[in-house]
Design a protein around this ligand. Structure first.
Ligand SMILES: [Zn+2]
Length: 340
């Protein structure tokens, strides 16, 4: 009898019921320039995209756990690792000891496997994900309940047919200058996806660099317009080309930068030249970029340098009617937008 009751209670408290708000929630966990984005679907299922850095004090694993608790989660349904760099996979072993992870999603074997640090991280990943792993290809769906997620990029390959409503020519492609090959090729193997919830769409392309962004938006825009764009590659200028911004025309941009990583003046210039842009929100003040070029301080989650930083979050909550509200959890400043 006690056993049956416990089982019933466990079922009642499972994340699918406990966390369900009817709204979509996205949390950008501050990892000082690492990546960890937690998505909680309207039915309470969770998708964590990347696990930031490995640290002796488990700083990033603890911050991800704090966000999971804030979201009322008792497990991570899907963990998507965009690629195997230390700022995207580092805290995974520590996190896996803190909370159950049900499914692991990735782009396949690392292209940098001959680098000893990558080989170690990849071997750990293989062990953790054994029997629970899915390798994603362009066009695949991530089955997070209550939303529609299409993989648009994986292992250096892109979708070849446009998403519904997309496919228009991109007139800015003629001015694209091809960049030298990236010295960290796993960036270009990143998994990228578009999440749709009603009228709202969100784009996350991991650390894809400019040459590979072009495959998604040139000569035709295969993605279409996006409401909310997580800056690719922490807001670095090796990514975030004028061509992709002209194609996706985000209304809101969230930069998951660090104090000294991402957010050079040239990237802000590209963003602000984008038609329809309403606001840029930042995880950090970009301290090597003049203050007046950064966004308004009230829309920046963390103002200090890396050490001693308190790790404040940015959060967005999206209703089924397409109203989305971004909140800076440092000062509770928030602003609402309407998806179109
Ligand atoms: Zn990165």
């Amino acid at each position: 009898m006690i056993k049956t009751l416990t089982a019933a209670l466990a079922l009642l408290c499972s994340s699918a019921l406990f966390g369900a708000s009817g709204n979509l929630e996205i949390y950008w966990i501050d990892a000082e320039g690492g990546a960890a984005t937690l998505i909680v679907s309207p039915t309470g299922e969770s998708l964590l995209v990347d696990t930031a850095n490995r640290r002796p004090d488990n700083r990033d694993a603890n911050r991800i756990m704090a966000a999971a608790k804030m979201a009322g989660l008792e497990k991570i349904d899907y963990l998507l690792t965009t690629h195997y760099h230390g700022d995207h996979i580092g805290a995974m072993p520590a996190l896996a000891e803190m909370i159950p992870i049900e499914h692991y999603l990735d782009h396949g074997v690392s292209i940098e496997i001959d680098r000893p640090r990558v080989a170690t991280a990849y071997a750990e990943y293989e062990a953790l994900s054994q029997g629970k792993r899915t390798i994603l290809a362009p066009g695949h769906k991530i089955p997070l309940a209550g939303v529609d997620i299409t993989v648009v990029q994986s292992a250096a390959r892109s979708i070849t047919t446009p998403l519904p409503g997309a496919g228009q020519p991109n007139p800015t492609c003629a001015s694209f200058v091809r960049q030298p090959d990236d010295h960290d090729p796993d960036n270009d193997h990143s998994v990228g996806f578009v999440l749709r919830f009603g009228e709202f769409d969100f784009l996350d392309l991991g650390d894809l660099t400019q040459n590979y962004e072009q495959n998604l938006v040139c000569p035709n825009n295969l993605i279409g317009k996006i409401d909310l764009y997580q800056t690719t590659h922490h807001g670095l200028d090796r990514s975030n080309s004028p061509q992709i911004l002209a194609a996706i025309q985000p209304a809101v941009i969230v930069m998951n930068n660090g104090a000294r990583k991402g957010g050079p003046a040239a990237v802000f210039e590209t963003f602000r030249a984008t038609s329809g842009l309403e606001d840029i929100w930042q995880g950090h003040l970009a301290t090597r970029t003049p203050k007046e070029i950064n966004t308004d301080e009230k829309m920046i989650a963390n103002l200090g340098e890396t050490e001693g930083c308190e790790g404040h979050l940015l959060k967005v909550e999206v209703t089924a009617a397409g109203k989305y509200t971004v909140t800076n959890l440092r000062n509770n400043f928030s602003k609402s937008y309407q998806a179109d």
